[in-house]
Design a binder for this molecule. Sequence first.
Ligand code: ATP
Length: 738
Amino acid sequence: MTTSRHDLDREIALEQAHVDKVYANLANATASAKQVARQGREIFLSDRTNWMREEDGTALFERDAFAYQAARRLAVLDAEHEGLVFGRLDMSEPADEVRHIGRLGVRDQEYEPLVIDWRAPAAEPFYRATQTDPMGVVRRRVLRCRDDKVVGLEDDLLDTDAETDLPILGEGALMASLTRARGRTMKDIVATIQAEQDEAIRAPYQGVTVIAGGPGTGKTVVALHRAAYLLYSNRARLEKGGVLVVGPSNVFMNYIERVLPSLGEDSVTLKAIGSVASDVLGMASERVDRASAATLKGSLRMLDVLRRLVRLPLISGPETLRVRVTVKGEVLMLHEDELNRIRDNVLSHTKLNRGRGQALDQVVAALARKLSDDVELGDDEVESLIREQASLQMFMNAWWPALSTPQVLARLADPRIVEQVAPRLTPEERADLVESYTWLQHDGEDSEITGWSVADMALLDELLDILGPAPVDPDDSDEPLFVGLDAVNELVTTADVLRSERVEDPDADPQRTFAHILVDEGQDITPMQWRLLRRRGPQSSWTIVGDPAQSSYPHQDETARSLDEIVGRGPRRTFTLSTNYRSPQEVFDLAAKVIVKVFPEADLPRAVRSTGVEPKLATTTPADLDADLLRHVRELAGQVSGTVGVVVPASRLTAVTKLTMSDPKLAALEARLVVVTALQAKGLEYDGVLVLSPDEIVAQAPGAERVLYVALTRATQRMTTLDVTEPGTPAAWRSLLS
Ligand SMILES: Nc1ncnc2c1ncn2[C@@H]1O[C@H](COP(=O)(O)OP(=O)(O)OP(=O)(O)O)[C@@H](O)[C@H]1O
């Protein structure tokens, strides 16, 4: 490989000339797009009777649609200071053709391509060509740019048989990119996508695409590039229908949020799993239940509990659950059994919040049937006499109130209710469930735990599906809940009826739906959460990213069944990524030893690089913990130039955060230092990682050793583990290493 400074400078100057031309053309296109937009607006705003001129305006818009698109995406890129051009292909077929590859396509005045969008078919060889199959490429060049300046380049000679005098420069773009210090947010990999990753990115839109592979194989970053690719190849469908990207937490969403804008896409909705249902619930959560409750609440067994809960009336017992009216001096009553039958009958085909009218009708009819035959009144008269009675209205308000989902779920704080609605759970599970809602009794004052949990969001969303939306104002519950037949008299025409039903359509699903849903860390999505997601995409196609070996939800078979429901009969394709781009071999070898003992079927990727530095396995005692922890974290911070992550068991999060902040040296690191639980660290990476007390992480996290495996696979450079044990007592997890 030629590496002389002179050659390099000459080639950089040549590339700079092309990049300058690209920016100049783009500036022209943007200026003309803006001008056309302005003219278009003026035309539309001018005299509305001048139809010819309006048509002119439309034509202008169509002709310049390309410029608009480019200008819009450029505005996003500008904000990111990313280099627009990052690659070049020198082709042998077609002979001597040169293609520059970039974040968006740019053409010159003659409509000749100056830069090809990385997602276009013509750019595919940039990612797929190899020396075995050069795909017509002689030389592949990666350009490193800072804003609009070319600062370096790396070449690969792909067609070794081709007679060429093209210089081959540089030392490999991938390694340069992998060894850079990490910041707080994920970067795009558009210049260094590898062939197996490219296949997953460009997989067809339809059905379900599963991206599997071990830690650090690029599943997340590949999935995000896939979202950008799908927007490019199916823009009309996806911009209209929307793309939803779901991840495990807000920290994770913040970590990945810059990737799509850096690829010029800003129209994607990003949500943590605890926020997906905020569209209908008006709330979100990040709070994780204790392991046993989290697992139970994620299970499909909760469906039976919720359905029974909705059926269970708020009032019960022969003295309370009865209705009594008087007609012509005759007392008519319905008792618990009869009322329960009506309730079951209505709820067998109607949602509770939509069924009140029917339930009232059936109660009235049943009461009317009780009237003795010798009362001489027409059926209609009897029914309207019954309906008028205040006792009936009061009974209906108590028996069939419009319910909000939190009101219903909150009933699980009462052990007597749980006893009735959860006969299939074990006594321990029932106790776990009640215990997880004790915060509802305390007004949240003395307890650290307040508010609904992430798992509750899926239960609330499910309840909404069972109940139907509550009417806007619960105080109006004597009124018909929705405009229905009762209101027809006031309407004039059939069209009015239809229109009115459209506005208040009680059968319309309230949640927002998407055309494509991308789920990251899919191994942690519980079956109840899959149901929540499916309601957001009944017709959508899916990209599902995950690694079962990192799962914190223990019942994988149940999860697999939920996933099968999503797939239905649609096409499903799986891509398994096999190279670990994150952790050095020394770090990953240690993590691999842990996971194969407990999860032998784990996908173990091959680490792409090695640093020669083994992880450090340190031990301390409870008494020395604070001092030793600070010492080790300071040491790591001195060894790496990027981020340092302290991964702790959940019970120590607050204490360790305070401890590190109280140390002036560590406090000075500011954004470079992060303290997170092992669960929060999912999907993230840091240059230096300290894993505190692996044994406690195993004991406290729902996925036990699998969550420890997550913690042990976060480092890009160096890792220290710190056991906290009494002198002479070895840490239990170390036995997994032998
Ligand atoms: N082709 C590539 N070029 C440069 N960097 C890459 C490439 N592929 C992956 N990486 C980098 O490797 C790191 C790991 O990627 P990513 O987080 O997507 O992996 P993952 O498979 O989702 O990991 P985990 O399962 O642990 O969440 C990231 O820093 C990513 O940018």
